[in-house]
Write a protein that binds this ligand. Structure first.
Ligand code: 8YV
Length: 331
């Protein structure tokens, strides 16, 4: 008679690197999604029923209702740094370890934030559409004249790792003045490293030539930038959002862009994505990208690997390196 002990079962909730699934197979029985789309909530719940752990991205919603349907679950490990899709207190209450993936995507995401801000300021996609449409007939002194980035004032809303990496690019590479607003002020040495000055939100909005939003989404940052805030910005200013849809009121932004109350916007994230507010699709002065700020293959691999490391540690008695609720392991 064989007395084989079954390995704990884990789910990889999105199609991911096969190498990461192989790493997990050394420890677990693995159910890996190979579908391009996320699971519908009912399917996710069904697949999680007998799982001890799950590797998720920013798209799976993990809340008390779902947790109640999977009593065996002990770890939810995300490859995203933002974790507004995970109800961490509900995980803790259910004795489920939750982790995110900070650090590994900082520089890649900052590169993209800077690229999007520059494309917005210098009207890169708008002018490309013009060229592709066969409209380019001659040179003109003001054709697609944009706003300078070098030497301008860079306003950063949310000064965590990614905000600081963007500040370094602006200050050290482009001679920008850096002003920021954050829930808490940085230590003076960190401010000095990039010459960043702390400001109130109102000052930030008033002073920024280019406002870059990197603040995490939560109930307190919902529609932090709406019509009233956009009205305080310079008419020549740009706004770039690489944080989360919902931090900016997209309807108010579409209207501000249409009325040219600000010059332009660069958006990688949207309220209700992958849906995009129709008003944003019809104005020319916006650069739109499909939530790709962390999308370089080495970085996506590092994000997935960090989630796998957390999952393995959580389910094999180790210490998950980037746990959001380490106390859940002790419950
Ligand atoms: C992810 C992100 O690509 O890390 C985050 O918070 O928004 C992106 O890097 C996305 O959430 C999928 O995991």
């Amino acid at each position: 008679m064989t007395n084989e002990r079954r390995l704990p079962r884990v789910l990889i909730a999105r199609r991911l690197f096969p190498e990461v699934a192989d790493r997990l197979r050394a420890h677990f029985e693995v159910d890996a999604s190979d579908a391009p789309d996320p699971f519908a909530p009912a399917e996710l719940a069904a697949r999680l029923k007998d799982c001890a752990g799950v590797l998720v991205t920013g798209t799976e919603r993990i809340d008390a209702e779902l947790l109640a349907t999977c009593p065996q679950l002990r770890a939810v490990c995300s490859m995203a740094v933002g974790y507004n899709n995970i109800d961490v207190p509900a995980c803790t209450a259910a004795g489920v370890l939750a982790s995110n993936a900070p650090g590994v995507l900082t520089e890649t995401t900052a590169d993209f934030g800077f690229a999007l801000m520059m494309a917005t300021a210098r009207r890169v996609t708008e002018s490309e559409h013009f060229l592709r449409a066969g409209l380019w007939k001659t040179w003109s002194y003001d054709m697609f004249a944009g706003t300078d980035v070098h030497g301008a004032t860079l306003g950063i809303l949310g000064m965590g790792r990614i905000g600081q990496a963007i500040a370094r690019r602006g200050a050290l590479g482009f001679g920008m003045k850096v002003v920021y607003h954050n829930r808490s002020r940085l230590p003076e040495a960190d401010e000095a490293a990039v010459g960043a000055r702390y400001a109130s939100l109102a000052e930030l909005l008033r002073e920024a030539d280019h406002l870059v939003i990197v603040v995490p989404y939560s109930a307190s940052s919902h529609h932090l930038i709406g019509a009233a805030e956009l009205a305080q910005m310079k008419p020549t200013a740009t706004l770039t959002n690489i944080a989360r849809g919902g931090v900016v009121d997209d309807a108010a932004l579409a209207e501000a862009l249409r009325a040219r109350r600000i010059a332009a916007a660069g958006l990688d994230v949207f309220e209700g994505e992958p849906q995009v507010h129709p008003g944003l699709l019809t104005v020319p002065n916006v650069v739109l990208t499909p939530h790709i700020a962390s999308a370089s293959l080495p970085t996506r691999r590092a994000m997935a690997d960090l989630a796998a490391t957390n999952l393995i540690a959580a389910l094999t008695g180790g210490t998950p390196p980037t746990a959001l609720n380490p106390e859940a392991l002790r419950l």
